[in-house]
Write a new protein. Structure first.
Length: 373
């Protein structure tokens, strides 16, 4: 199977690993990118854009990256922090007064970013229609109480993360977070990533291929099962693409993910100018929690908007100052601040391995191996 794109000689191991994954059938269609000092050294793609294998995965193919969208939501918050319009230690109710009910007064903005706010789900079942209704989703969150003392432990805010941060952004900027992201980040950086996909881009989308490997056994460490859930088939729908679900419904490819996230590994510099100060970039590394996540049931160390490197974490890298996150099905993003490296892997064939998916880990390992040569 032919691999397309560019790859510096130093990173030939990444190309070989990527090709092997496609040839073996572990991947159907995928892309991988590595940026150093804000510049691409790997930008590869290959395979097919969908289960029918009738369309090739092209340079501009887009796919749903699921929870890697959360890292774009985090960038929006960081931009506002850099402008002095948002304080991470300020109560959420400072910006969203209706939020200060049912014991939520102590919740700070940093708790939203670190999944420690105690609002990992809604108190009632949520359908896809409900998730597409911004006012309903956010209003319901204002009415409920936190499920634990905010700031004490993490419980992955699978969908609520995007609505909580998105509403704070909306209150400050009077724009939806998808519009803010497009106007202030993606468009100025010429990055092909979308939170709410316009119909003109539908022809470029690769549908997700649902996982066929066995679902993991019930985790005895999960204390808080969540009820808001959508299937892979539902997320292949036009309804999902047009919705603004900023924790899960972002569309891009490895190049656009890496181009945007490399802002953090280049000290806030971009080819178009300074987006963030270096000090704001480093706030992502401020530990907010470390322990077994109440929802995912795995050891996680959370910083500001990202998980952080840790020996007991699912993603452990040589660089101590590393932040990362993944998307449902297997996509992976890693920012190594000290190495000034950003790695991104995006694919359409889903598995049930989550943050432990070997495809992304193998490519990441090849990246680090290449950097030591």
């Amino acid at each position: 199977m032919e691999i397309h794109g560019t790859c510096s000689t130093q990173f030939s191991a990444v190309r070989e690993t990527f090709a092997a994954s496609l040839h073996s059938g572990a991947d159907v269609g995928a892309s991988v990118a590595v940026y150093l000092d804000g510049q691409p050294v790997v930008d590869l793609w290959g395979g097919y854009a969908g289960p029918g294998r009738s369309r090739p995965w092209r340079r501009d193919t887009l796919t749903n990256v699921w929870s890697i969208t959360k890292t774009m939501t985090a960038l929006c918050a960081l931009v506002l922090v850099g402008r002095g319009e948002l304080s991470l230690s300020e109560p959420v109710s400072t910006y969203w007064p209706e939020f200060a009910t049912a014991g939520k007064d102590p919740i700070e903005v940093r708790h939203l970013l670190s999944h420690t706010a105690g609002l990992p789900d809604w108190d009632q079942p949520m359908t896809l229609d409900d998730l597409c209704d911004w006012e309903k989703a956010t209003t319901l969150l204002t009415r409920q109480a936190p499920r634990w003392k905010p700031g004490t432990v993490s419980g992955y805010h699978r969908f609520t993360h995007g609505y909580l941060i998105g509403e704070v952004v909306r209150r400050i900027c009077h724009q939806s977070i998808g519009t803010f992201f497009a106007d202030q980040i993606a468009t100025p950086l010429d990055a092909d990533f979308h939170i709410r996909l316009a119909g003109e881009n539908d022809h470029r989308v690769s549908d997700m291929i649902p996982a066929t490997d066995p679902a993991p056994a019930p985790n005895p460490h999960v204390a808080l099962p969540v009820s808001a859930y959508v299937t892979a088939q539902e997320t292949n729908s036009t309804q999902w693409r047009r919705a603004e679900i900023p924790a899960a419904a972002g569309y891009g490819n490895a190049r656009s993910v890496a181009a945007l996230q490399s802002v953090l590994t280049s000290g806030g510099h971009t080819p178009q100018g300074q987006l963030l100060s270096e000090s704001v970039c480093h706030t992502v590394l401020e530990e907010q929690s470390h322990g077994t996540d109440l929802v995912l049931g795995i050891p996680l160390r959370f910083g500001m908007g990202y998980a952080l490197n840790a020996k007991d974490a699912p993603v452990h890298t040589p660089g101590p100052r590393t932040c990362y996150w993944g998307g449902r099905g297997g996509s992976l993003l890693v920012n190594d601040i000290d190495a000034r490296m950003t790695f991104a892997f995006v694919m359409n064939r889903m598995t049930n391995r989550g943050l432990y998916d070997p495809r992304g880990h193998s490519l990441l390992q090849a990246t680090y191996m290449s950097m030591t040569q």
